[in-house]
Design a protein around this ligand. Structure first.
Ligand code: ATP
Length: 483
C-alpha cells in the first residue's frame, strides 16, 4: 500500500494502533485527536485517504464530511464510530462516507478498506443535502448490539444504490422495517413504497396483484386494476414472504425483472418496470429451491445483497433499548407514561422471544395498559409473562388446533382483502389446492422423493399422487431428505 493516510481519533491508543499498522503496511500516516487539525490538513491538500472517528472533542466528523466532499471530492473518508445507532450508519452514507466501520473494529478490515480506497478513489453519488427525517430521538431501527451493527453497516452501503435486496429473518425481526428504512433514506425516497405480502394473497390472484389486470381478464375481473408494480413506479416494491410465491408467478416475475417491462394480465400495453425490489422471507429459500418450490434463477436475481436479521434471542442486549423505545412510543400514542425497572428489564432479557421484536412490542403495550403503577416492576413483568398463552419462557409447542387456527386466520385476512366484496368463485377448490401443495411436497421430501412410500404415507392411491404432482407442478428430487 502506498499513500498518505490521515487518522483522526481522540483516543490515543486507537491512533497508535492504526498508525503502526498502516505504517507497517507501507503508508505514511498523520494522526490527530481533533477535527480542527484534520480539517486543516485536508484544506492543505494532505492525505489520500481519511480514517476518522465520529465524535471528537471539537466536533463531529460527520458534520465535517459535506465540507470535505465539496473541497476534496476525490478524497475517500472512512468513518469509524462507537456511536452505534442506525442513524450513524445512515448519516455516514448520506454525507457520502466511503465506508462506515462500527467500533470496535477489526484491524485487518480497516487495512483492507484503506487499501481498497487507495486503489479505487472513485467518487460516489453526491451527498444528500437535505436534513434526514428524525435524528436519534426517532430512530427507524432500535438496537446497538453487534448483530444489528452488522445490519446497519450493510444498510449504509446500500443507501446510495439501487441494488436488489433480500432480507431474511424470523417473523417479527423487523424485515419490513428494514425495507422501509432502505426506501426512506435511499435514492428513491421521493417515490412510493409499496408492499405486497405473498402469504396473504390467494395464489391465483398473485399475478394480477403484482402486474394488474384488464377488465374481463378472468372471472371476477369486472374492472381494470393497476398492479403493485405500476403503483411502485419510481419507488420501491417490497415483496414480503417471497417464498410463498407460486411457480408460475415466479416465472413471470423473473421475466419482468430480466426484461424491465411488463403487461397487465389480459392486457397488451407494455409498461416499464421501474421499481427497486426488496424481497423478504422467513423461510430458507435454499430448501425451497431443493424442493423445486422456488426458482433458483429468481433467487439469484433477488438475492443481490442479502441481509440477515438476527432473532431477538441472539441480541438480548437490545431488549432494554427496545423496551424503552416502545414505552415512549406508547406514550406518544396516548397511553399512560411509564418507566421500567432494572429488575423488569433483567427478566425481559432472559426470555426466548420466539415472536421476536413484535412479541416484545406487544408485551410492553399490554403492560402500559394493564400496569397501574408508573414504574413497571419485575413482579408485574413476571406475572404478565407467565399469564401469556404462548409464553416466551416456554418453547412453542405444537397445539392440536394450530393448523385450523392458522387456516382460519388466513381465510379471515383473505376475506378482509376484498373489503365489502367477495373473492372470486371457486374458493373451495382453491383453498384445498393450497393445502395440498405443502402437504404433498413435504411428504415427498420426507420420503426422499419415493412416490410409493409417499402415497402410503398420505393414504392415497399412487396414480392420484402422480396426477397431483403434475397438477401442482411439484418437482420431485430423489434421494435427498430436505426436512
Ligand atoms: N429494530 C427494531 N426497532 C424498533 N422496532 C422494531 C425493530 N424490529 C422490529 N420492530 C417492530 O416489530 C414489529 C415487527 O416488525 P416487522 O413487521 O418489520 O417484522 P417482520 O420481520 O417483517 O415480520 P413478519 O415476517 O411477521 O412480517 C413492528 O411493529 C416493528 O415496528
Amino acid at each position: 500500500m502506498e499513500g498518505t493516510i490521515l487518522v483522526a481519533d481522540d483516543d490515543r491508543t486507537i491512533r497508535t494502533v492504526l498508525a503502526q499498522a498502516l505504517t507497517r503496511a507501507g503508508c505514511r500516516v498523520r494522526a490527530t485527536g481533533t477535527a480542527t487539525t484534520l480539517w486543516r490538513w485536508i484544506e492543505e491538500g494532505e492525505g489520500d485517504v481519511v480514517v476518522t472517528d465520529v465524535m471528537m472533542p471539537d466536533g463531529d466528523a460527520l458534520d465535517l464530511l459535506p465540507a470535505i466532499r465539496k473541497r476534496r471530492p476525490e478524497l475517500p473518508v472512512i468513518v469509524m464510530s462507537a456511536q452505534n445507532t442506525v442513524m450513524t450508519a445512515i448519516r455516514a452514507a448520506e454525507v457520502g462516507a466511503y465506508e462506515y466501520l462500527p467500533k470496535p473494529f477489526d484491524l485487518k478490515e480497516v487495512l483492507g478498506q484503506v487499501s481498497k480506497a487507495l486503489n479505487q478513489k472513485t467518487r460516489r453519488t453526491p451527498a444528500v443535502e437535505e436534513e434526514a427525517p428524525g435524528r436519534e430521538d426517532n430512530l427507524p431501527l432500535i438496537g446497538r448490539s453487534p448483530a444489528m451493527q452488522e445490519v446497519y453497516r450493510i444498510l449504509a452501503r446500500l443507501m446510495n444504490t439501487d441494488l436488489g435486496v433480500m432480507i431474511t429473518g424470523e417473523s417479527g425481526t423487523g424485515k419490513e422495517l428494514v425495507a422501509r428504512a432502505l426506501h426512506n433514506y435511499g435514492l428513491r425516497k421521493k417515490g412510493p413504497f409499496v408492499a405486497i405480502n405473498m402469504a396473504a394473497i390467494p395464489r391465483d390472484l398473485i399475478e394480477s396483484e403484482l402486474f394488474g389486470h384488464e377488465k374481463g381478464a378472468f372471472t371476477g375481473a369486472d374492472r381494470a386494476i393497476a398492479g403493485k408494480f405500476e403503483q411502485a413506479k419510481g419507488g420501491t416494491l417490497f415483496l414480503d414472504e417471497v417464498g410463498d410465491m407460486p411457480l408460475d408467478a415466479q416465472t413471470r416475475l423473473l421475466r419482468v425483472l430480466q426484461e424491465g417491462e411488463f403487461t397487465r394480465v389480459g392486457g397488451r400495453e407494455v409498461q416499464s418496470a421501474d421499481a427497486r425490489i426488496i424481497a423478504a422471507t422467513h423461510q430458507d429459500l435454499r430448501n425451497l429451491i431443493n424442493e423445486g418450490r422456488f426458482r433458483e434463477d429468481l433467487f439469484y436475481r433477488l438475492n443481490v445483497v442479502p441481509i440477515r436479521l438476527p432473532p431477538l434471542r441472539e441480541r438480548l442486549e437490545d431488549v432494554a433499548d427496545l423496551a424503552r423505545a416502545f414505552l415512549r412510543r406508547a406514550e406518544i400514542e396516548g397511553l399512560p407514561r411509564k418507566t421500567i425497572s432494572r429488575e423488569a428489564l433483567d427478566i425481559l432479557k432472559k426470555q426466548g422471544w420466539s415472536g421476536n421484536v413484535r412479541e416484545l412490542e406487544n408485551l410492553i403495550r399490554r403492560l402500559c395498559v394493564l400496569c397501574p403503577d408508573e414504574v413497571i416492576s419485575g413482579q408485574v413483568v413476571a406475572q404478565e409473562i407467565s399469564a401469556r398463552p404462548s409464553s416466551a419462557l416456554a418453547p412453542q409447542v405444537a397445539q392440536p388446533q394450530r393448523l385450523a387456527h392458522a387456516i382460519e386466520a388466513h381465510l379471515r385476512r383473505y376475506f378482509d382483502l376484498h373489503g365489502d366484496g367477495l373473492p372470486p368463485d371457486g374458493l373451495y377448490d382453491r383453498i384445498l389446492k393450497e393445502m395440498e401443495l405443502p402437504l404433498i411436497s413435504l411428504s415427498l421430501s420426507a420420503t426422499r422423493g419415493n412416490q410409493v412410500r409417499t402415497a402410503e404415507l398420505l393414504g392415497i392411491n399412487r396414480n392420484t399422487l402422480r396426477k397431483k404432482i403434475k397438477d401442482l407442478d411439484i418437482r420431485v428430487t430423489r434421494g435427498k431428505r430436505m426436512m
